[in-house]
Design a protein around this ligand. Structure first.
Ligand SMILES: Cc1ncc(COP(=O)(O)O)c(C=O)c1O
Length: 457
């Protein structure tokens, strides 16, 4: 029988700060919690007590630099007082009202998102609790609006873990739900470092667009409701498309009456140095799906930002979708406060300025570590691709492989050096809070440097 935790256990409760009654937090977690995307038996469960700025603190006094902003969502850093105060205030007023009632925080947040949407043309928001639900609802709206059913999506992509969203996704996280939802067709998008089209980087955009046209020829463009793309691919390889690609996709969609949905769940909210990554290429999509950075992870929130042309369709057609937590007041208050932090602290511009610093540090690492095959990114959103051999580009750990042991070992060495870093197979994701200082960044890069030396042959 487990000893019961007392109210205020943890650092506040006296005694051993990492124990709850007689049992450790780690042991209780091992006994009673299922952790995503993992076989459970050997998980280390590092315990976190609190966070501040770019740092997470364990109850044992250890601290870790959060070099990946959690799962690339804690863009304003941890325990930001402005966001914390807004959450406290809203919790005292009202945390939840049904979606058919209006609140000031939901209305103001929706207005601000519309203002920051590309060219201000995406004027309405359907709020969800996270990114997967946003993509599910975007697909549903596209199908309702067009009366068509197919959805085209890239192999190198991730759109969430619910049945529909993970069917859209391209990596092995999809396999467990297959056959998934019907009507999803995958295609190859550009990957300049490893061209699926076997052409040099400068020919990628043209080759990728020709491939997309060919896929459409066989699928029948009149059957396709939407294409969904990450403007910069996140956890599936941090892939920045060549200039011209997204513009070309927009033109193809327009030619065939297909809607373009950009999944900005990871790339949005300053991560790439712009409010939305689509701005780098001046593309106005029909919908943007968002989550993560909208509240910087303080309260779960997602949404679909919808072009006025599509939003007005639902003036006299039922929007067949709903969630208990659509427009959750506490989450919207956190969202408003987070957007105010971006504005007041100039964090979007800061991420754009810091790009050169981060790129410089990572390229310097690449000069000393042959295991680094490629460094790429925008703003404070960078990927480091590891290879066995620079000439052949053989991945350090094969993509979609069931053996991620070497990656786990590398990340745990980084962690021992006081840095949390997110990585998958042969990709490391260096995406710190947009507030990070240069000396903090240097601390993180030094840990990575030493860890790479430790795993290099
Ligand atoms: C691009 C992208 N879309 C969607 C999602 C899913 O978001 P959530 O985990 O909030 O459902 C993620 C999560 O990492 C993501 O990176």
């Amino acid at each position: 029988m487990t000893a019961r935790p007392e109210a205020g256990a943890g650092t506040m409760g006296g005694g051993q700060p990492w124990s709850i009654g007689e049992v450790s937090v780690r042991e209780l977690t091992r006994r009673h919690v299922l952790v995503p995307w993992a076989s459970q038996a050997s998980l280390p469960h590092p315990v976190i007590d609190h966070g501040e700025g770019c740092w997470l603190y364990g109850p044992d006094g250890n601290r870790y630099l959060d070099l990946s902003s959690g799962l690339i969502n804690v863009n304003v850093g941890h325990a930001h007082p402005h966001v914390v105060a807004a959450i406290e205030r809203q919790a005292r007023r009202v945390a939840y009202v049904v979606p058919s009632f209006a609140t000031d925080v939901r209305a103001l947040l929706a207005e601000k998102l519309a203002q920051y949407s590309p060219q201000g043309k995406l004027t309405k928001v359907f709020f969800t609790s996270g990114g997967a639900e946003a993509n599910e609802n975007a697909v549903k709206m596209a199908r309702l609006f067009t009366g068509r059913h197919k959805i085209l999506t890239a192999y190198r992509s991730y759109h969430g873990a619910t049945y529909g969203a993970v069917t859209l996704s391209g990596d092995n996280r999809r396999w467990a739900v297959e056959p998934g939802i019907p009507g999803v067709v995958h295609f190859f998008a550009p990957y300049p470092y490893r061209s699926p089209f076997r052409v040099p980087p400068e020919e990628q955009a043209v080759a990728a667009l020709a491939h997309l046209e060919e896929v459409l020829l066989y699928e029948g463009p009149h059957t396709v409701a939407a294409m969904i793309l990450e403007p910069i691919v996140g956890s599936d390889g941090l892939i920045v498309p060549p200039d011209g690609y997204l513009q070309g996709v927009r033109q193809i969609c327009d030619r065939h009456g297909i809607l373009l949905i950009l999944d900005e769940v990871m790339a949005g909210f300053g991560r790439t140095g712009r409010w939305f990554a689509a701005e780098h290429w001046n593309v106005v999509p029909d919908m943007i799906t968002l989550a993560k950075g909208v509240t910087a992870g303080y309260v779960p929130l997602g949404g679909v930002l919808v072009h006025s042309r599509i939003a007005s369709y639902f003036d006299d057609h039922v929007l067949w979708g709903g969630l208990t937590y659509s427009g959750h007041a506490l989450a919207c208050a956190a969202g408003m406060a987070t957007l105010e932090v971006y504005e007041q602290e100039g964090l979007i511009e800061r991420a754009a300025r810091m790009e050169a610093v981060l790129r410089g540090r990572l390229e310097e690492l690449a000069r000393r570590h042959p295991i680094i095959g490629d460094v790429r990114g925008k703003g404070l959103f960078f990927g480091v691709e590891l290879v066995k051999d620079r000439a052949t580009k053989e991945p350090w750990v094969p993509w979609n492989s069931s053996n991620s042991g070497p990656t786990g070992r590398l990340l745990s060495i980084v962690m021992q050096k006081g840095v949390y870093l997110f990585g998958r197979w042969n990709m490391l994701f260096v995406a710190p809070p947009l507030t990070i200082r240069e000396d903090e960044l240097d601390f993180g890069i030094r840990a990575l440097d030493e860890a790479l030396s430790a795993v290099e042959p």
